[in-house]
Design a protein around this ligand. Structure first.
Ligand code: NI
Length: 159
């Protein structure tokens, strides 16, 4: 496993649309594992393919809650949403920036796992937010596109 470089604000790859993964092989599993390692290094909740320079429809999510799994999803798509809620959000590609954003309260996602098995996830709360955020990345959509005007905060990192 290896840490991958996280692409940041201004990198045009973040604006591109990712391609469906047709064959889920060891190469894809290696990228997913690297993405999890990279996510953990930066204490992020989620990471999407384009953020590590891979225009593939793959995402990883870890909520760091007891009893929750680390999600490694291939070709995820939202099939249903319920409600909407105002949340605070950030992104590993926009270090130290946070804003208020409207997201669905609940999302239902269909995807494949790292072995190609079909999975269906009903996410609420932080899981719903992370799924929606990461799936947006696969279409070149960034959280800054959706922020409630005037709520963007830039935080000076503490040394
Ligand atoms: Ni992000």
């Amino acid at each position: 496993m290896a840490i991958r470089k996280v692409r940041e604000e201004g990198d045009e790859i973040l604006r591109k649309k990712s391609k469906e993964v047709e064959i889920i092989d060891d190469k894809i599993r290696d990228i997913l594992n690297d993405m999890v390692e990279t996510l953990h290094k930066y204490n992020g909740v989620g990471l999407a393919g384009p953020q590590v320079g891979m225009l593939k429809r793959i995402i990883v999510i870890d909520l760091y809650e007891e009893g929750t799994q680390i999600y490694k999803l291939v070709n995820p798509r939202i099939v249903k949403t319920k409600g909407s809620v105002e949340l605070e959000e950030g992104c590993l590609s926009f270090p130290d920036q946070y804003a208020k954003i409207i997201r669905p309260e609940e999302v239902e996602v269909e995807a494949q796992d790292e072995n190609g098995k079909k999975v269906r996830i009903v996410g609420k709360g932080l899981l719903a937010q992370a799924l929606a955020h990461e799936i947006d990345h696969l279409d070149g959509i960034l959280f800054v596109d959706k922020i409630i005007p005037g709520t963007l905060e830039k935080v000076t990192p503490e040394e």
